[in-house]
Design a protein around this ligand. Structure first.
Ligand code: PEP
Ligand code: MN
Length: 309
């Protein structure tokens, strides 16, 4: 018997995949399905920095075609002197941005002690690369019904990522989305090396949806769109990507954050590839849900390719 029976693709159900519906627990969220054939984009800043920037970013990425809002409130920084996130205040700002736009929220949980708090605000609990091996944390999110975005450690094999997912599933939560975000190699021109092969391998070995994080893989904004296009072409179910109103001023991951214009340009490129590989990119419906707060409202623009869902 396989040692990952719950997440492994069964040889008897070769084509059956699990789609994860996100946004069912929070009344303000417009739900979105990850893994049903559509290509789904989660976008937002590395860290929530203040109320205005998270609202502005949420509106911009929703208008550009994103279906989820990302943003860290508790940040796993390499240096203890670097910005660690706004904590609970950041979670509140994310919830307000969700109420304004309808975008479900993806945010990171760093520690078992935060799980209950973050679950009150989040639509998807992100387990970061540094915590992929934290089995008590995997078990804790496995006790909940909230979807989990499980990122591959930069030093993990694909098999170890699949085993980490099984730690969540064995507790009862099978609403797991895997994420390839680049691994450490001898190559130093990029922050990490995007393991494109991990996408088809994970799709073959498991029945779980797979997102790609081109931002942490690239480490440089100009490389994000090409990696995003590769992810779509290789069969990923979507992306999680960093976007900031003024990337140069970002308090974390400034070099890899896309401006709104760069995000829009990437979405246009993705739409072309999506058409070629017959994968719809379904934008947030109902522009009326994108409420103006502060800056001038932007009209939601449809980014459609392939057949509608
Ligand atoms: C993040 O997505 O904010 C993050 C810290 O990524 P990773 O855990 O992949 O480094
Ligand atoms: Mn980041």
């Amino acid at each position: 018997m396989s040692d990952t029976p719950l997440v492994a693709r069964s040889p008897h159900r070769e084509h059956a995949s699990t789609a994860v519906v996100v946004g069912l627990m929070q009344p303000d969220a417009r739900d979105v399905t990850i893994g049903d054939g559509a290509f789904v984009i989660a976008a937002g800043p590395c860290s929530v920095e203040d109320r205005a920037m998270i609202h502005e970013t949420a509106r911009a990425v929703a208008a550009g075609g994103a279906r989820l809002l990302r943003g860290g409130a508790f940040k796993p920084r390499t240096s203890p002197y670097a910005f660690q996130g706004l904590g609970t205040e950041g979670l509140e700002m994310l919830a307000e941005a969700r109420a304004a736009t309808g975008l479900p929220v993806v945010t990171e949980v760093l520690d078992v002690r935060q799980v209950e708090l973050i679950a009150r605000y989040a639509d998807v609990l992100q387990i970061g690369a540094r915590n992929m091996y934290n089995t008590p944390l995997l078990a804790a999110v496995g006790e909940l019904g909230l979807p989990v975005l499980l990122k591959r450690s930069f030093a993990a094999t694909i098999r170890e990522l699949i085993s980490a997912a099984e730690y969540i599933a064995v507790r009862g939560n099978t609403r797991i989305i895997l994420c390839e975000r680049g691994i450490r190699t001898f190559e130093s021109s990029t922050r990490n090396t995007l393991d494109v092969a991990a996408i088809p391998v994970l799709k073959r070995e498991t029945h779980l949806p797979v997102l790609v994080d081109p931002s942490h893989a690239a480490g440089r904004a100009e490389l994000v769109a090409p990696l995003a296009c590769a992810a779509l072409a290789a069969g990923a179910d979507g992306l999680i990507v960093e976007v900031h109103p003024t990337p140069a001023n970002a308090r974390s991951d400034a070099d890899q954050s896309l401006s709104f214009a760069q995000f829009e340009a990437m979405m246009l490129q993705l739409a072309i590839i999506a058409g070629a590989v017959q994968r719809p990119i379904v934008p947030l419906h109902g522009e009326a849900k994108v409420l103006p707060i502060g800056a001038a409202p932007r009209r939601a623009r449809a980014v459609r390719a392939g057949s509608a869902r």
